[in-house]
Design a protein around this ligand. Structure first.
Ligand code: ATP
Ligand code: MG
Length: 277
């Protein structure tokens, strides 16, 4: 099994010492080739869990009262920091909601990609540069050779997002964590970016896809987990069956609301634009 989250609690302690349990008793499994969609309302603990998988929550204030997060059998939560650094990027690729949070404003995007490649792969700088350009092309950035010299702020939000996706996927990670990867983008670009993640994620990798958008989940996920108030209230290995007949009352509400929205908006607006954001 690629990823096993076992009886995980994620908690935060504030300055006064008060403890807020962000996620409790979470059990989730993800294998290679699967896309696990985690849905649930804001504050339900989706990011607390997914960030923990890459151990990206600052501790403190975060801490782990109990549980394990096993990546290929090795517990992320007890792993030495040096080992964690090695697996982030290489074994775990992370795509966040906010690209500026993970791109450095001070360096050209091409250089940032090259640096990440060289951190993990033994290759000549020239080959790394070629690989960076290739990936900028793959994520649909026009004129990669020119754009690679841009600083993040010189790119549109959609283009920044694509750079981050290249960063998250280029080393061929076994596990891809995408937390609201498209929320900041407009609807037509969203669809393109999701397609991109789906097509670029290698069939031997697993994807943890966090979103409050059930439409996205229905198009992408091979299995689903619904979170509410820090707990997983329903899991399904069959998205189609889930959408037809969710079992938990909260999931039923979510699905009903998503279907109502779909009726309101209509689904017959195919993307108008090309790859350009
Ligand atoms: N750094 C933090 N310090 C204290 N509490 C936090 C911190 N980050 C998250 N929390 C709390 O953890 C709980 C779960 O938040 P989390 O961000 O995991 O939810 P989410 O499902 O990702 O929500 P959203 O859909 O808005 O992204 C919330 O009660 C939140 O206030
Ligand atoms: Mg979140």
């Amino acid at each position: 099994m690629l990823l096993e989250i076992e009886d995980l609690d994620v908690a935060f302690k504030n300055d006064e010492g008060a403890v807020n349990i962000a996620a409790a008793d979470v059990n989730l499994k993800l294998d290679r080739g699967e896309i696990l969609g985690i849905v649930g309302e804001s504050g339900s603990g989706k990011s607390s869990v997914s960030m923990s998988v890459a151990r990206l929550l600052p501790c403190p204030p975060a801490f782990y009262p109990k549980g394990r997060i096993l990546l290929d059998g090795a517990d992320i939560l007890t792993m030495p920091v040096a080992e964690l650094r090695k697996i982030r990027g290489k074994k775990i690729g992370v795509i966040f909601q906010d690209p500026m949070g993970s791109l450095s404003p001070l360096h050209r995007i091409g250089d940032q990609l090259v640096e990440t490649i060289l951190l993990h792969e033994k290759m000549a700088k020239k080959s790394a540069a070629a690989m960076a350009l290739e990936w900028l092309g793959k994520v649909g950035i026009p004129d990669p050779a020119v754009r690679s010299r841009a600083y993040p702020h010189e790119l549109s939000g959609g283009m920044q997002q694509r750079v981050m996706i290249a960063m998250g996927l280029m080393l061929g990670p076994d596990l891809i964590i995408a937390d609201e990867p498209t929320t900041a983008l407009d609807v037509t670009i969203q669809a393109q970016v999701l397609k991109l993640i789906k097509s670029l994620h290698q069939s031997n990798s697993g994807v943890l896809l966090i979103t409050h958008d059930l439409g996205v989940v229905s198009q992408m996920a091979t299995k689903i987990a619904v979170m509410k108030d820090g707990r997983v209230v329903e899991t399904s290995g069959n998205p189609q069956a889930f959408f037809e007949n969710p079992s938990h009352p909260y999931s039923r509400g979510l699905v009903r609301e998503a279907k109502r929205m779909e009726l309101d908006v209509g689904d017959d607006n195919p993307p108008q634009h090309g790859w350009q954001a």
